[in-house]
Ligand binder design. Structure first.
Ligand SMILES: [Zn+2]
Length: 325
Protein backbone atom coordinates (compact mmCIF):
# COMPACT_ATOMS: atom_id res chain seq x y z
CA UNK A 1 0.00 0.00 0.00
CA UNK A 2 1.36 3.38 -0.87
CA UNK A 3 1.88 6.27 1.50
CA UNK A 4 -0.28 8.50 -0.66
CA UNK A 5 -3.17 6.30 0.30
CA UNK A 6 -2.19 6.05 3.95
CA UNK A 7 -1.96 9.73 4.79
CA UNK A 8 -5.59 10.75 4.17
CA UNK A 9 -6.62 7.62 6.06
CA UNK A 10 -4.58 8.77 9.07
CA UNK A 11 -6.25 12.14 9.05
CA UNK A 12 -9.73 10.66 9.04
CA UNK A 13 -8.88 8.09 11.70
CA UNK A 14 -7.30 10.49 14.13
CA UNK A 15 -9.78 13.28 13.70
CA UNK A 16 -11.95 11.27 16.12
CA UNK A 17 -10.97 9.90 19.50
CA UNK A 18 -9.59 6.45 18.74
CA UNK A 19 -11.44 4.58 21.48
CA UNK A 20 -14.75 6.02 20.34
CA UNK A 21 -14.95 3.77 17.33
CA UNK A 22 -12.34 1.05 17.70
CA UNK A 23 -12.92 -1.67 20.31
CA UNK A 24 -10.04 -2.01 22.78
CA UNK A 25 -8.95 -5.38 21.48
CA UNK A 26 -8.56 -3.91 17.99
CA UNK A 27 -6.24 -1.07 18.97
CA UNK A 28 -3.20 -3.08 17.90
CA UNK A 29 -4.49 -2.85 14.36
CA UNK A 30 -4.08 0.92 14.18
CA UNK A 31 -1.60 1.75 11.43
CA UNK A 32 1.78 2.42 13.01
CA UNK A 33 4.51 4.82 12.08
CA UNK A 34 6.73 2.39 10.23
CA UNK A 35 10.21 2.61 8.79
CA UNK A 36 9.98 1.39 5.21
CA UNK A 37 12.71 3.32 3.42
CA UNK A 38 16.09 4.20 4.89
CA UNK A 39 18.43 6.66 3.18
CA UNK A 40 22.08 5.88 3.88
CA UNK A 41 24.44 8.75 3.27
CA UNK A 42 28.21 8.17 3.18
CA UNK A 43 29.72 11.58 3.91
CA UNK A 44 31.78 13.47 1.30
CA UNK A 45 33.18 11.54 -1.70
CA UNK A 46 34.93 12.19 -4.99
CA UNK A 47 36.59 15.59 -5.01
CA UNK A 48 35.39 16.19 -1.45
CA UNK A 49 37.69 14.06 0.68
CA UNK A 50 36.48 15.28 4.05
CA UNK A 51 38.95 15.08 6.90
CA UNK A 52 42.33 13.46 6.42
CA UNK A 53 43.97 10.93 8.71
CA UNK A 54 47.57 9.70 8.60
CA UNK A 55 46.75 6.99 6.07
CA UNK A 56 43.12 7.42 5.04
CA UNK A 57 40.45 9.91 4.05
CA UNK A 58 37.07 10.38 5.66
CA UNK A 59 35.28 9.83 2.34
CA UNK A 60 36.67 6.27 2.10
CA UNK A 61 35.95 5.21 5.67
CA UNK A 62 32.44 6.65 5.64
CA UNK A 63 31.68 4.81 2.38
CA UNK A 64 33.00 1.48 3.72
CA UNK A 65 30.95 1.73 6.91
CA UNK A 66 27.82 2.99 5.13
CA UNK A 67 27.86 0.12 2.62
CA UNK A 68 28.42 -2.43 5.39
CA UNK A 69 25.62 -0.89 7.42
CA UNK A 70 23.28 -1.03 4.42
CA UNK A 71 24.07 -4.70 3.86
CA UNK A 72 23.52 -5.53 7.54
CA UNK A 73 20.26 -3.56 7.59
CA UNK A 74 19.06 -5.35 4.49
CA UNK A 75 19.95 -8.75 5.98
CA UNK A 76 18.09 -7.97 9.21
CA UNK A 77 15.09 -6.34 7.50
CA UNK A 78 14.70 -7.60 3.90
CA UNK A 79 11.42 -5.66 3.63
CA UNK A 80 13.15 -2.30 4.16
CA UNK A 81 14.16 -0.36 1.07
CA UNK A 82 17.69 1.01 1.27
CA UNK A 83 18.71 4.02 -0.81
CA UNK A 84 22.33 5.21 -0.87
CA UNK A 85 23.28 8.78 -1.73
CA UNK A 86 26.48 7.37 -3.24
CA UNK A 87 28.01 3.89 -3.57
CA UNK A 88 31.36 4.80 -5.14
CA UNK A 89 34.12 7.31 -4.56
CA UNK A 90 32.36 10.08 -6.46
CA UNK A 91 30.63 13.35 -5.71
CA UNK A 92 27.01 12.58 -4.87
CA UNK A 93 25.07 12.45 -8.14
CA UNK A 94 28.35 13.45 -9.85
CA UNK A 95 27.54 17.06 -9.01
CA UNK A 96 30.36 19.56 -9.33
CA UNK A 97 30.00 21.95 -6.42
CA UNK A 98 29.57 21.14 -2.75
CA UNK A 99 26.25 22.95 -2.69
CA UNK A 100 24.94 20.86 -5.60
CA UNK A 101 26.34 17.70 -4.05
CA UNK A 102 24.48 18.34 -0.79
CA UNK A 103 21.31 19.35 -2.60
CA UNK A 104 21.44 16.12 -4.57
CA UNK A 105 21.60 14.09 -1.33
CA UNK A 106 18.63 15.92 0.18
CA UNK A 107 16.59 15.75 -3.04
CA UNK A 108 17.27 12.03 -3.44
CA UNK A 109 16.23 11.39 0.17
CA UNK A 110 13.03 13.37 -0.29
CA UNK A 111 12.08 11.97 -3.70
CA UNK A 112 12.74 8.43 -2.41
CA UNK A 113 10.25 9.19 0.37
CA UNK A 114 12.69 8.15 3.05
CA UNK A 115 11.47 7.48 6.56
CA UNK A 116 14.92 7.93 8.01
CA UNK A 117 18.20 9.50 6.92
CA UNK A 118 21.48 8.23 8.40
CA UNK A 119 24.72 9.91 7.46
CA UNK A 120 28.15 8.45 8.28
CA UNK A 121 31.15 10.70 8.88
CA UNK A 122 34.49 10.73 10.70
CA UNK A 123 35.46 13.40 13.14
CA UNK A 124 38.64 15.42 13.11
CA UNK A 125 40.45 17.67 15.55
CA UNK A 126 43.73 19.38 16.18
CA UNK A 127 46.36 20.89 13.94
CA UNK A 128 47.35 17.66 12.23
CA UNK A 129 46.30 14.02 12.12
CA UNK A 130 48.38 11.92 14.51
CA UNK A 131 49.93 14.87 16.28
CA UNK A 132 52.32 17.79 15.85
CA UNK A 133 55.40 19.44 17.33
CA UNK A 134 54.95 22.48 19.47
CA UNK A 135 57.67 24.87 20.69
CA UNK A 136 57.46 24.99 24.47
CA UNK A 137 59.50 26.56 27.25
CA UNK A 138 61.39 23.86 29.15
CA UNK A 139 63.57 26.02 31.40
CA UNK A 140 64.91 29.49 32.16
CA UNK A 141 68.22 30.85 33.42
CA UNK A 142 68.54 34.09 35.35
CA UNK A 143 71.15 36.34 33.82
CA UNK A 144 72.28 39.91 34.22
CA UNK A 145 73.36 42.56 31.75
CA UNK A 146 74.59 46.13 31.92
CA UNK A 147 72.25 48.83 30.72
CA UNK A 148 72.56 52.63 30.70
CA UNK A 149 70.00 54.44 32.82
CA UNK A 150 70.23 58.22 33.32
CA UNK A 151 73.74 58.11 31.89
CA UNK A 152 74.77 55.49 34.48
CA UNK A 153 75.66 51.87 33.93
CA UNK A 154 73.34 49.61 35.93
CA UNK A 155 72.91 45.85 36.26
CA UNK A 156 69.65 44.47 35.02
CA UNK A 157 68.34 40.96 35.55
CA UNK A 158 66.67 39.01 32.80
CA UNK A 159 65.75 35.46 31.96
CA UNK A 160 67.04 33.39 29.13
CA UNK A 161 64.47 30.84 28.07
CA UNK A 162 65.17 27.38 26.77
CA UNK A 163 62.80 26.02 24.15
CA UNK A 164 62.19 22.52 22.91
CA UNK A 165 59.98 21.02 20.26
CA UNK A 166 57.56 18.80 22.11
CA UNK A 167 55.36 16.19 20.45
CA UNK A 168 51.66 16.74 20.99
CA UNK A 169 49.69 13.59 20.38
CA UNK A 170 46.33 14.27 18.70
CA UNK A 171 44.28 12.73 21.49
CA UNK A 172 40.68 13.70 20.69
CA UNK A 173 38.70 10.50 20.28
CA UNK A 174 35.23 9.01 20.53
CA UNK A 175 31.89 9.17 18.81
CA UNK A 176 29.29 11.90 18.36
CA UNK A 177 25.85 11.92 16.83
CA UNK A 178 24.55 15.12 15.36
CA UNK A 179 21.04 16.30 14.87
CA UNK A 180 19.93 19.59 13.39
CA UNK A 181 19.35 22.27 16.01
CA UNK A 182 15.80 23.53 15.83
CA UNK A 183 16.43 27.05 17.04
CA UNK A 184 19.64 29.01 16.90
CA UNK A 185 18.92 30.34 20.35
CA UNK A 186 18.78 26.88 21.80
CA UNK A 187 21.28 26.70 24.64
CA UNK A 188 22.45 23.31 23.50
CA UNK A 189 23.57 24.49 20.09
CA UNK A 190 27.31 24.15 19.76
CA UNK A 191 29.06 27.24 18.68
CA UNK A 192 31.45 26.47 15.91
CA UNK A 193 34.53 28.57 15.76
CA UNK A 194 36.53 28.07 12.61
CA UNK A 195 39.89 28.96 14.07
CA UNK A 196 39.28 26.71 17.03
CA UNK A 197 41.33 23.54 17.22
CA UNK A 198 38.16 21.55 16.98
CA UNK A 199 36.76 21.84 13.52
CA UNK A 200 34.53 18.78 13.35
CA UNK A 201 32.27 18.58 10.40
CA UNK A 202 33.55 21.32 8.14
CA UNK A 203 34.81 20.13 4.81
CA UNK A 204 38.47 20.98 4.74
CA UNK A 205 38.72 20.17 1.06
CA UNK A 206 35.88 22.43 -0.04
CA UNK A 207 37.00 25.23 -2.29
CA UNK A 208 33.87 27.26 -1.66
CA UNK A 209 31.75 28.09 1.32
CA UNK A 210 28.33 26.56 1.31
CA UNK A 211 25.73 29.18 1.96
CA UNK A 212 22.94 28.15 4.22
CA UNK A 213 19.49 28.70 2.76
CA UNK A 214 17.85 31.93 3.82
CA UNK A 215 15.79 31.16 6.95
CA UNK A 216 13.40 33.95 5.99
CA UNK A 217 12.54 32.22 2.73
CA UNK A 218 8.96 30.96 3.23
CA UNK A 219 9.71 27.48 1.83
CA UNK A 220 12.74 27.16 4.06
CA UNK A 221 10.76 28.43 7.05
CA UNK A 222 8.05 25.85 6.43
CA UNK A 223 10.59 23.07 6.17
CA UNK A 224 12.28 24.08 9.42
CA UNK A 225 8.92 24.18 11.16
CA UNK A 226 7.98 20.72 9.93
CA UNK A 227 11.36 19.42 11.00
CA UNK A 228 10.92 20.99 14.42
CA UNK A 229 7.42 19.63 14.91
CA UNK A 230 7.74 16.16 13.51
CA UNK A 231 11.27 14.98 13.08
CA UNK A 232 13.33 16.55 15.83
CA UNK A 233 12.25 14.20 18.62
CA UNK A 234 12.68 11.12 16.47
CA UNK A 235 16.11 12.23 15.36
CA UNK A 236 17.05 12.82 18.98
CA UNK A 237 15.71 9.38 19.95
CA UNK A 238 17.83 7.60 17.36
CA UNK A 239 20.95 9.68 18.02
CA UNK A 240 20.63 8.91 21.70
CA UNK A 241 20.24 5.18 21.05
CA UNK A 242 23.31 5.18 18.78
CA UNK A 243 25.47 6.84 21.42
CA UNK A 244 24.17 4.43 24.08
CA UNK A 245 25.23 1.48 21.92
CA UNK A 246 28.71 2.97 21.43
CA UNK A 247 28.98 3.41 25.20
CA UNK A 248 27.95 -0.22 25.77
CA UNK A 249 30.71 -1.21 23.37
CA UNK A 250 33.19 0.57 25.60
CA UNK A 251 33.87 3.46 23.27
CA UNK A 252 34.06 7.07 24.39
CA UNK A 253 30.76 8.72 23.57
CA UNK A 254 30.92 12.49 23.28
CA UNK A 255 27.14 12.46 23.19
CA UNK A 256 24.37 13.85 21.03
CA UNK A 257 25.07 17.30 19.69
CA UNK A 258 22.91 19.85 17.99
CA UNK A 259 24.40 22.12 15.46
CA UNK A 260 23.48 24.49 12.70
CA UNK A 261 26.15 24.81 10.09
CA UNK A 262 26.81 24.02 6.48
CA UNK A 263 28.50 20.73 7.32
CA UNK A 264 25.27 19.19 8.51
CA UNK A 265 22.80 21.27 6.50
CA UNK A 266 21.67 18.14 4.70
CA UNK A 267 20.07 16.86 7.91
CA UNK A 268 17.54 19.64 7.94
CA UNK A 269 16.96 19.54 4.18
CA UNK A 270 15.60 16.03 4.37
CA UNK A 271 11.91 15.77 5.19
CA UNK A 272 12.38 12.91 7.64
CA UNK A 273 14.12 12.17 10.92
CA UNK A 274 17.84 12.47 10.27
CA UNK A 275 21.02 11.71 12.17
CA UNK A 276 24.69 12.21 11.34
CA UNK A 277 26.98 9.72 13.07
CA UNK A 278 30.62 10.63 13.60
CA UNK A 279 32.03 7.13 13.98
CA UNK A 280 35.38 8.21 15.41
CA UNK A 281 38.29 10.62 15.02
CA UNK A 282 40.29 10.02 11.87
CA UNK A 283 42.82 12.49 13.28
CA UNK A 284 43.58 10.15 16.18
CA UNK A 285 46.20 7.53 15.26
CA UNK A 286 44.63 4.58 17.11
CA UNK A 287 41.07 5.51 16.27
CA UNK A 288 41.96 5.88 12.61
CA UNK A 289 43.22 2.30 12.69
CA UNK A 290 40.06 1.15 14.45
CA UNK A 291 37.62 2.79 12.01
CA UNK A 292 39.63 1.42 9.06
CA UNK A 293 39.77 -2.14 10.42
CA UNK A 294 37.23 -4.87 9.68
CA UNK A 295 36.76 -5.42 13.41
CA UNK A 296 36.12 -1.73 14.04
CA UNK A 297 33.77 -1.33 11.10
CA UNK A 298 31.85 -4.50 12.00
CA UNK A 299 31.42 -3.27 15.57
CA UNK A 300 30.26 0.19 14.45
CA UNK A 301 27.76 -1.38 12.05
CA UNK A 302 26.45 -3.69 14.78
CA UNK A 303 26.12 -0.78 17.23
CA UNK A 304 24.22 1.44 14.80
CA UNK A 305 22.05 -1.49 13.73
CA UNK A 306 21.15 -2.28 17.35
CA UNK A 307 20.20 1.36 17.82
CA UNK A 308 18.13 1.24 14.63
CA UNK A 309 16.31 -1.90 15.80
CA UNK A 310 15.39 -0.23 19.10
CA UNK A 311 14.33 2.94 17.26
CA UNK A 312 12.18 1.02 14.79
CA UNK A 313 10.49 -0.93 17.54
CA UNK A 314 9.84 2.25 19.48
CA UNK A 315 8.22 3.90 16.45
CA UNK A 316 6.12 0.92 15.60
CA UNK A 317 4.72 0.21 19.04
CA UNK A 318 3.19 3.67 19.33
CA UNK A 319 0.21 4.75 17.27
CA UNK A 320 1.27 7.17 14.56
CA UNK A 321 -0.93 9.95 15.93
CA UNK A 322 1.02 10.01 19.17
CA UNK A 323 4.47 9.94 17.64
CA UNK A 324 3.90 12.67 15.10
CA UNK A 325 2.18 15.21 17.35
ZN1 LIG B 1 32.39 14.69 7.39
Amino acid sequence: MTKQFFYPLFLILFALPVQSFIPNNKISQIPKSTVRTVIIDPGHGGTFSGAAGLSSFEKTVSLDVALKFGAALQAAFPEIKVVYTRTTDANAGNRQTLREDLNYRADLANSSRGDLFISFHCNSAGKRPGGWYEKVVVGKTRKTRIVIKRKKKVKQAYYEYKYENVWRENVASGTESYIWAVGKNDAKVNSVSKNNEYYGEIDSTATEAVELPDPNDPAEKARMLIYAQQYFKKSLTLADLVEKEFTKRGRISRGVKQRNDEGIWVLQATGMPSVLVEIGFISNKEEEQYINSDKGQDEIVEDVLNAFKAYKQKQETKPAAVTTN
